[in-house]
Each structure stands twice: as C-alpha cells, then as structure tokens.
Design a protein around this ligand. Structure first.
Ligand code: IPE
Ligand code: IPE
Ligand code: MG
Length: 244
C-alpha cells in the first residue's frame, strides 16, 4: 500500500509558513502591527480558498516557540489578534463545517487562552470539511522532545518495550497525530528555511517558496503554489512513476 499522491493530484495537506507581515508594513511606512492585522485578512482568504478547493488539512504557522523573543509589545499584539480571531471567526468556521485544531505547547499559556482553544476544538470536533490546524507556540524540536518524554515514561513504567518504538509510534505522540503528513509546504516572504516547523512531518513534503509577503497572499497565490506542486515528481525514494 502506498500513500503517495499521483503527480497530478491535489495536495491533501497544505502547511503554510505565513511570513513577511513586518516587511510588508515597513515597506509601506506602517508599524509592523498593521502587517499582522492584514495578515489575518490573508488567513481568512486562504482558509476560504482551501475549503473551496477541497483541501482536507490546512496547517498555519501563527506563532513559533522562538517568536517570544520579539519585543513584548509585538508579542502582546499577536496574542490579542489570535484571541480576536477566535472570538469573531469560530462561529462562521463552524457553520462552514470547518474543524479547528490547535498544535503547539499549551503549558504556560494563560488559562483564558487555553480555554478558548479547548472550546473552539470542542465546538467543531465533529465537522467534516476542512481541518484548520493552527500552530501556536509551536516548535517542532519541542514537539518531538515532548513525544520522546511521553514514550520514555511508557518504557520506564513497563507499558512499552524500547524495541517497539517505531516511526509510527513516534508520529502518534506528536501534536499532529492522526493527520496525514503535509504534501505541500508553502513559505511566503522569500526566506528559504523551515524555522522549526513540522520537521518530522515534512520528511517527503514538497517545498514551495513564494516571494510575496503574507498580507498579499490570496486564492491565486495558493493556486499558483498548488500548480507548482503538481509539476513536481514525487518519488519517495523510489523511481519515477511510469506514465502512459
Ligand atoms: C510572520 O511575519 C508573522 C509571525 C512570525 C508571527 P513576520 O512578523 O515574521 O514578518 P517579517 O518576516 O518580519 O517581515
Ligand atoms: C516563522 O517566521 C514563524 C511564523 C511564521 C509564525 P519567523 O519570521 O519567526 O522566522 P525566522 O525568524 O525568519 O526564521
Ligand atoms: Mg518573519
């Protein structure tokens, strides 16, 4: 059995590094916060476009474990934007049959924010259209470390043998357990790096780097990235698929 997509297939899971908000604003003589605000509009457009295209999973990097290093005022603004987004958009997303999931480390987050996450997830749990996965306080090395700790505890208490630790067992202990790996990773803003995002899950993901800043991203940008993806020859370590 193989879960490889045929080259002309739509990606099932699209992950996005939404980068370039600050540069978009600076270029226009605006404060960085204006870029983040426009970034939320781009996020709304992208969620709609992904749902319309029939994508099953959309995973958006909204705040990394490293982003706490930014000035306190910017961090506070980003947290407030997320709260506002959940408060204003969850009802509509629920109506559109979108399931919301949040990945990342929740320990140490304010209780009110954790409660908002839990409520959004519980409300939309049975929805069957797009799965919208928001990576917040997310860092892939930290996620893998948490998984290793959980597995080590099972080995220590004798419920799991070390020899039974497989890639599937590790995958099942990650925040993304149960989700397919991303087929396509898009990064806007022109940087060509992964910035601690989905390191385990992107083993065979196709990367598409687009120069536009995130606030400019729209349905056409998504369609362009998917066109690029469809031209790629995914081999998964095997040989080129025979075409008729
Ligand atoms: C992405 O835009 C948003 C977050 C990382 C939260 P940036 O804020 O990183 O924008 P640039 O990269 O500085 O332009
Ligand atoms: C990655 O962007 C994180 C998010 C988009 C949330 P950064 O702007 O934080 O990444 P670096 O610092 O350029 O690698
Ligand atoms: Mg950036």
């Amino acid at each position: 059995m193989s879960d490889r997509a045929a080259p002309d297939c739509m990606p099932r899971h699209v992950a996005i590094i939404m980068d370039g908000n600050g540069r978009w604003a600076t270029q226009r003589g605006l404060p960085r916060s204006a870029g983040h605000r426009q970034g939320v509009e781009a996020l709304r457009r992208t969620v709609r476009a992904a749902a319309d295209m029939g994508i099953s999973v959309l995973t958006l990097y909204s705040f990394s474990t490293e982003n706490w290093a930014r000035p306190q005022a910017e961090v506070r603004f980003l947290l407030e934007l997320l709260r506002r987004f959940i408060r204003t958009d969850v009802a509509d997303l629920h109506k559109s049959n979108v399931r919301i999931m949040i990945i990342g480390d929740r320990d140490g987050l304010e209780l009110s924010l954790r409660t908002m996450f839990e409520e959004a997830e519980a409300l939309t749990r049975h929805n069957t259209a797009l799965k919208l996965v928001i990576a917040f306080n997310y860092g892939s090395r930290q996620e893998i470390t948490r998984a290793v700790q959980a597995i080590a505890r099972q080995v220590a208490d004798g419920t799991l043998a070390a020899a039974d630790i497989t890639p599937a067992v590790i995958g099942a202990h990650l925040d993304t357990a149960g989700l397919p790996d991303p087929d396509l990773l898009i990064r806007t803003g022109g940087e060509q790096r992964i910035s601690n995002y989905l390191l385990w899950q992107c083993a065979y993901t196709e990367f598409v780097f687009q120069p536009e800043y995130w606030p400019e991203f729209d349905a056409h940008s998504l369609a362009r990235a998917i066109e690029t993806f469809r031209m790629r020859d995914r081999r998964f370590g095997g040989l080129k698929a025979q075409t008729a």
